[in-house]
Design a protein around this ligand. Sequence first.
Ligand SMILES: Cc1cc2nc3c(=O)[nH]c(=O)nc-3n(C[C@H](O)[C@H](O)[C@H](O)COP(=O)(O)OP(=O)(O)OC[C@H]3O[C@@H](n4cnc5c(N)ncnc54)[C@H](O)[C@@H]3O)c2cc1C
Length: 431
Amino acid sequence: MVQKWDVVIVGGGLAGYVAANFLAKTPLNVLLLEKAKQVGGRARTDIINHQLFNLGPHALYKKGMARTILEELNITLEGNTPKLGGILIENNTKYVAPFSPLGLFKTTFLNWKERKEWVSILIKIKNSNRDELDTKTFHEWVHQSTNSEKVRSLLYIIGRLATYCHAPHKVSAYVVISHIQYAIGGVTYLDGGWQTMIDQLHNQAVISGVEIQTKSNMKQIVKNKSDQFQLTLSNGDCLQTKHVLYTGAPDNLNNVIAESFPYLQRNFLEEIVPVKAATLDVALEKLAKPKQLFAMGITTPYYYSVHSKYARLSQSGQCTILHVLKYHHPDERIFGRQEQTNLEAFLNKIQPGWQEYEVARRFLPQITVNYRLPQVGERKNFCQSETHISGLFIAGDWASPDSILSEGAVESGKKAAIEIMQKEGRSSHAT
Ligand SMILES: Cc1cc2nc3c(=O)[nH]c(=O)nc-3n(C[C@H](O)[C@H](O)[C@H](O)COP(=O)(O)OP(=O)(O)OC[C@H]3O[C@@H](n4cnc5c(N)ncnc54)[C@H](O)[C@@H]3O)c2cc1C
């Protein structure tokens, strides 16, 4: 017996669950497939030695669309906002970061002329019309905005911080500036980790009648004679559905679409470049230097932040959870052992002797932070969620024209659900 559905959502991450929650408000019968044992995708939180580890550092924009959409779905988002501040590091020199009024006053990184320029650029970013940035790379925008090398390096730092993209020559100024605008509005570190969002979305979807199947890897999509999709899972099961919403990796979409589809986006999907990072997630009994809560490398692309200072992330309640991360350049070759040594060395500069207090750690040499590095001229490819194959929709952090990260995932999940509802409305009116 082939099971029949109105909508099958492929992927139980943020995009899939947001779509499932919107579709759950309709009479459509919806199935969500997740290939992993656990749901959540990259928004999951793992418990290691009683400590809650997000998959690397995770911060939710306070002024972004994702928060608005999640709140529209009645998702509770508890946690706190980290204070602006911290330090900037170049080799063994530390500077106060000019990210707060006090930091701006105290820093020795900038002279007075550069401080004035930095402030006026931040105001320019806050007020900038991002539509005018659509044709520029972030590098071009930075070079047109200032001649100061120091101010340029600060712009690259906040660009990395806001987007995780470390390729100013390639990345679109439109996306970077809009995410810096969000970042200026502050972020929240979530109590209990990002899994709390997923758990709430999951429970609501199940209560509203969405069927969720984990350990279900969708291997192939074909269309049958009655214009329905036939999905094959890796365990050999077959499903039939009117609509498919795919939220997995873009390069894998080509593999699951059978050759018979005249899929015009094929080449374009193959050209999408991911944004990657190396992460070191650490739980410590205590911090050797309790005041050092945030740091960024100046020319070396490193990040450090103590998330448990602002969010409950320890089941025992006694440990400090911090994240160290290196932003990878897309053309860089990654050597795992070297990455680990470098991340540990960066942490050593901020918390010397941290190993003495270690309770748990996890190192990941190259995790995909975002499935797409947003490049100039690409926005038009993502204006619609429906692909050239009628009834096949896409969502995920790579599938939004305007946003990336959780912003892109949540926004595109909602958009795809609305497009499916509209299409369904049209076809039920027609019959
Ligand atoms: C280190 C790191 C730091 C980050 N920091 C931030 C941050 O500070 N702020 C922010 O906003 N975002 C951050 N992000 C990004 C954010 O986590 C992701 O953008 C978001 O979780 C992506 O959601 P998604 O649903 O698009 O994709 P995913 O979470 O990847 O979900 C897709 C799901 O589909 C499943 N799947 C794929 N193919 C199939 C198939 N064939 N069959 C069945 N299931 C399938 C996968 O197993 C996965 O669970 C970070 C990510 C990382 C890795």
